[in-house]
Write a protein that binds this ligand. Structure first.
Ligand SMILES: [Ca+2]
Ligand SMILES: [Ca+2]
Ligand SMILES: [Ca+2]
Length: 327
């Protein structure tokens, strides 16, 4: 049963890129056993603070960032102290890497990470969630400021994509940005974007490749820097039940799990956004969303889904597709 349900997920097209946490790279090496994640993070957190204190950044006309070691403190202000592009951070960030896509399948990582970032521009369009497909330009470099990857044009990300997922620290920063305000295809076939999300993020190794390497410039336990530009977005409906995945998250504050994987209406282990029958009553969610008497068949939009018998949703009466007594 599980494999049948997951087939939907696996049908999603996969896109390759160096920054996927791919397990098949020829130049990958993994140190085992891995270090204790909490111990490693103490070291990484210190290295990140030092990096932010000992480096400065310049931003060119295209809002591309270059970071270099401070050589003249009189003219170069550290990333931490400069005020043109304020350094911000998210606290208590969990590692959302998955061992399985079942509820409770998050990687065993107790660390509450601090994720530093600089939002160069928020963007004027729509905001993705961590499970939506995004169209991104990025550049990545290590703490020696050696670049290990850059896109020449935007690439699509997708999720979940077993074996090919973007690292946790990358995916969790993208929802801070919005897509372009306008996207224009020019006569010469190129595409122009205005007012798009643009940020720089400083990722501790625990939210990156941890004990694995990726070529010569990402050694095990490397903290990484990415500049990311959000150029496009596709809101996913992973289980094709006609409810966008971004709406299949009801309780983002989980205790054993987080975000989309914490909501499992019928407690069968499959989170709602991957479950074709959310309430487990044997009737597919998409069939519970049919509006009676419509030809061709119409479906309720998420916000309009009623409780049973078309009744109003209240704090004690849930939408009908999550009520196992209603089909
Ligand atoms: Ca869905
Ligand atoms: Ca379920
Ligand atoms: Ca159902």
């Amino acid at each position: 049963m599980l494999s049948k349900r997951f087939k939907n997920v696996l049908l999603i097209a996969l896109f390759s890129s160096v920054i996927f946490s791919c397990k098949e790279d020829d130049d990958e090496a993994t140190i085992t056993p891995p270090r204790d994640r909490s111990v490693q993070y103490v070291e990484d957190a210190s290295l990140i603070e030092t990096y932010l204190e000992e480096h400065y950044m310049t931003v060119d006309a295209d809002m591309n960032v270059t970071i270099a070691k401070i050589t003249d403190p009189l003219t170069q202000t550290s990333i931490k102290l400069q005020t043109d592009y304020p350094l911000q951070f998210m606290e208590n960030v969990d590692n959302d890497t998955r061992v399985t896509y079942l509820k409770g399948g998050r990687i065993n990582d107790p660390v509450k990470y601090k994720l530093y970032y600089i939002l160069l521009n928020e963007g004027g369009g729509q905001r993705p969630t961590t499970v939506d497909s995004t169209f991104v330009d990025y550049r990545g470099w290590n703490f020696s400021n050696v670049e290990f990857d850059r896109t020449s044009s935007p690439v699509w990300t997708t999720y979940p994509a077993p074996q090919l997922e973007f690292i946790s620290g990358f995916r969790q920063i993208v929802p801070l940005m919005k897509t372009p305000e306008t996207t224009t295809v020019n006569e010469d076939g190129t595409t122009s974007f205005t007012n798009y999300g643009n940020c720089v993020v400083f990722i501790p190794s625990g939210l990156a490749y941890f004990n694995s390497s990726r070529g010569a410039n990402i050694l095990p336990y490397s903290n990484l820097v990415f500049q990311i530009k959000l150029k496009g977005l596709r809101y996913n409906d992973h289980d094709r039940d006609k409810i966008l995945s971004k709406d299949e998250i009801y309780n983002p504050q989980g205790d054993t799990d987080i975000g989309f994987f914490n909501q499992d209406t019928d407690l069968d282990g499959i989170p709602d956004f991957l479950d074709t029958d959310d309430d487990g009553d044997g009737v597919l969610t998409r069939n519970e969303l049919k509006i009676p008497g419509t030809t061709p068949q119409q479906y309720y939009q998420f916000n309009d889904i009623p409780a049973c018998n078309g009744d109003q949703v209240t704090p004690t009466r849930t939408k009908r597709h999550r009520d196992p007594t209603c089909f």
